[in-house]
Design a protein around this ligand. Structure first.
Ligand code: ATP
Ligand code: MG
Length: 240
């Protein structure tokens, strides 16, 4: 459903993505791992057109995401993204945050958006917290609101960039559980994370980035059993 074909990205002279090609299937969970600076965030940001690429193609369901005449607003509705920082609007309740996109961008009637927001609040395990303001919520709860907000746009694909990295350790699990539920429900996901338990259990495919390239990409079970590249072996040995 998401195809990357010889994607190249430069920041000035710095070559950040180098001939990146991969295909993420519908309902697949791809976990992207690799050292700091290897291009993981950039790859996700290019997928959501937060960054432009200089050559190659990124396609969503056959539509060129990276084309200069692509309808960026429409594409972003089809690709939800959640970041390390939750970026909720502080003056709005959890529910209002979740309703904003559907009502303002998609023009969905208030009542319908409200019902949908409530069901999403339940889905991320925040049944009683819909009327709470972000500052009244823990980091883990805020991040679950951010996930619900992205889901409210009914995306085809969800991108997650280190969404648990800023959380206290005891709050990581509740966010990963929501992501696992989503994966089980068949959502197509690209997930940058350092949580190797999640990668192994929930990931279908591991993509190891190194210096702007895909060093290795294979089914999660195979990768953790026996990586086929030196980079992969190095990466795993550092985890042990
Ligand atoms: P981390 O694990 O630390 O989040 P990453 O794999 O996500 O790292 P990226 O953030 O994608 O790495 O960065 C890849 C490279 O691109 C790095 O060399 C970084 O310095 C560079 N880079 C990223 N964003 C910019 C920017 N806006 N301007 C210039 N260079 C950038
Ligand atoms: Mg990053």
């Amino acid at each position: 459903i998401v195809e990357f074909e010889d994607v190249n990205k430069y920041f000035g002279q710095t070559h950040v993505l180098k001939d990146v090609s991969m295909e993420v299937e519908e309902q697949e969970v791809t976990v992207i791992i690799g050292p700091s600076g290897s291009g993981k965030s950039t790859l996700l940001r290019c997928t959501n057109r937060l960054e432009e690429i200089q050559s190659g193609q990124i396609r969503l369901d056959g539509d060129a995401i990276s084309a200069s005449d692509a309808d960026v607003d429409q594409l972003r509705q089809r690709i939800g993204m959640v970041f390390q920082s939750f970026n909720l609007f502080p003056h709005m309740t959890a529910k209002e945050n979740i309703m904003l996109g559907p009502t303002e961008v998609k023009g969905i009637p208030e009542e319908e958006a409200s019902e949908r927001a409530e069901s999403l609040i339940d889905k991320v395990g925040l049944g009683d917290q819909g009327d709470s303001y972000p500052e009244e919520l823990s980091g883990g709860q805020q991040q679950r609101v951010a996930i619900a907000r992205a889901l409210a746009m009914d995306p085809d694909v969800m991108l997650f960039d280190e969404v648990t990295s800023a959380l206290d350790p005891e709050l990581v699990g509740e966010v990963l559980d929501v992501m696992e539920d989503l994966a089980t429900g068949g959502m197509t996901m690209l997930v940058v994370t350092h949580e190797m338990g999640f990668a192994r259990e929930v990931g279908d495919t591991i993509t190891l980035m190194s210096d702007g390239k895909i060093a290795e990409r294979r089914p999660a079970a195979e990768f953790f059993e026996q990586p086929q590249t030196e980079r992969g072996q190095e990466f795993l040995s550092r985890l042990l």
